[in-house]
Write a protein that binds this ligand. Structure first.
Ligand code: DGL
Length: 246
């Protein structure tokens, strides 16, 4: 069997990234890893996130993937450097909030851990007209499968203090948010941007240059690997994936 592309997130959010990669690289086999036992990461300390992410990476790297895609803005901002140093022989790609393509002024919606990371703060400082807006509860609500109504209500309440007319766009800087784009659109009424398609393009290009892209017409498969693989969790992930094998 040819090598797989490993896609990692704390939870369900990275499935939105996986979908974009499947579109661009249909012949690839993917394995989706989520540390759902410990999700959400965004409310944890940076030390905890680093420890948990590196622990998951050990498991991921042991399966010898052709590439690792960190489909989690939080892990990218907190510790992508540590991951790359730990696995120098595997290409590691990380997702960052899509601040560049978003028209200014833009609201950058992220987890608390992303908002407080030094790497992210430096990144945002290089982009005029980007305003960071942390959402403490959103990723957890999405991971738990709260209804669209409840999530929209939470978002509307969080955004009630801002003058939306001052902004031209918003960036969904957490992959969980992308899965519930409709709720963010309803609560905010601004054009929304995310980094999934850009990352998928970057990964496909980099693998093509290294001659690592799977060829052929046969559609590749997706497997799911969870740190909490109870039946209900697996069913939730399979539903988001649109049917995957364990
Ligand atoms: N989906 C992740 C991100 O892109 C992490 C969310 C979380 O675990 O808090 O930031």
């Amino acid at each position: 069997m040819s090598k797989q592309i490993a896609v990692f997130d704390s939870g369900v959010g990275g499935i939105s990234t996986l979908k974009e990669m499947e579109k661009l690289m249909p012949a690839e086999d993917f394995v989706y890893y989520a540390d759902n036992l410990n999700a959400p990461y965004g409310v944890r300390s940076h030390d905890e996130i680093r420890l948990l992410a590196l622990r998951s990476m050990d498991k991921i790297a042991a399966a010898n993937p052709k590439a690792i895609v960190v489909a989690c803005n939080t892990v990218t901002e907190v510790c992508i450097g540590d991951i790359r140093r730990a696995y120098p022989d595997v290409p590691v790609f990380g997702l960052q909030p899509a601040v560049k393509p978003a028209p200014k002024r833009t609201l950058v919606l992220v987890t608390e851990a992303t908002a407080s990371s030094a790497a992210f703060r430096e990144f945002v400082a290089r982009h005029d007209g980007a305003y960071v807006f942390p959402l403490a509860e959103a990723a957890g609500m999405i991971e738990r499968g709260e209804s669209d109504g409840k999530l929209t209500e939470y978002l509307a309440e969080r955004f009630s203090g801002i003058n939306k007319a001052e902004f031209s766009s918003a960036v969904l800087g957490c992959t969980h948010y992308v899965l519930k784009k409709r709720c963010f659109a309803a609560a905010l009424g601004l054009p929304l941007y995310d980094g999934n398609a850009g990352l998928a393009k970057h990964v496909a290009g980099a693998l093509a240059v290294k001659n690592l892209l799977a060829r052929g017409r046969q559609k590749g498969g997706v497997r799911i690997n969870l740190s909490d693989c109870s039946t209900s969790e697996f069913a939730k992930y399979a539903a988001f994936c649109g049917g995957c094998a364990p």
